[in-house]
Design a protein around this ligand. Sequence first.
Ligand code: ZN
Length: 170
Amino acid sequence: MALREIVTLPSSVLRRKARKVTAFGPELQTLIDDMVETMRLAPGVGLAAPQVDEPLRVIVVEFGSEEDEEAPKKLFTLVNPEITRPSEEMTVATEACLSIPGYVGDVERHEAVTVKALNRYGKPQRVKAEGWLARIFQHEIDHLDGVLYIDRAEKVWKLEEADAQVVPAD
Ligand code: ZN
């Protein structure tokens, strides 16, 4: 595994629509392993392939339980993910992005979503998520369409150094 450089604004790859994955060979496996390592080191709770300069529809997410901080974190690898069944209920929370260092913003998202995707070997999977996990999925899948949280934010502001660890970044 190897670390990849996380690209930041104004890199144009962050604004492109990423391509669907059609090959599940060694190149994809290496990309996914590298993305997981890069996300963990950042540290972040999610990473989309365009953030490491690969315009492909791949995201990785690793997030623990909101209720139980001791619970082990769960790793999700989603290829060609699509949101199905977004909840009518919406919720606003403060987001950050590894590709927009130093800023945070309040973003309205669906409280719950189901995500239809393939796993790293091309097998179909379906994940139900609510709360922060649902928010992370929506943030990451937006990246695949060249959409950033600042496009949706009601308010964006510069983060003070002291608050830098408050908001999980993806
Ligand atoms: Zn992001």
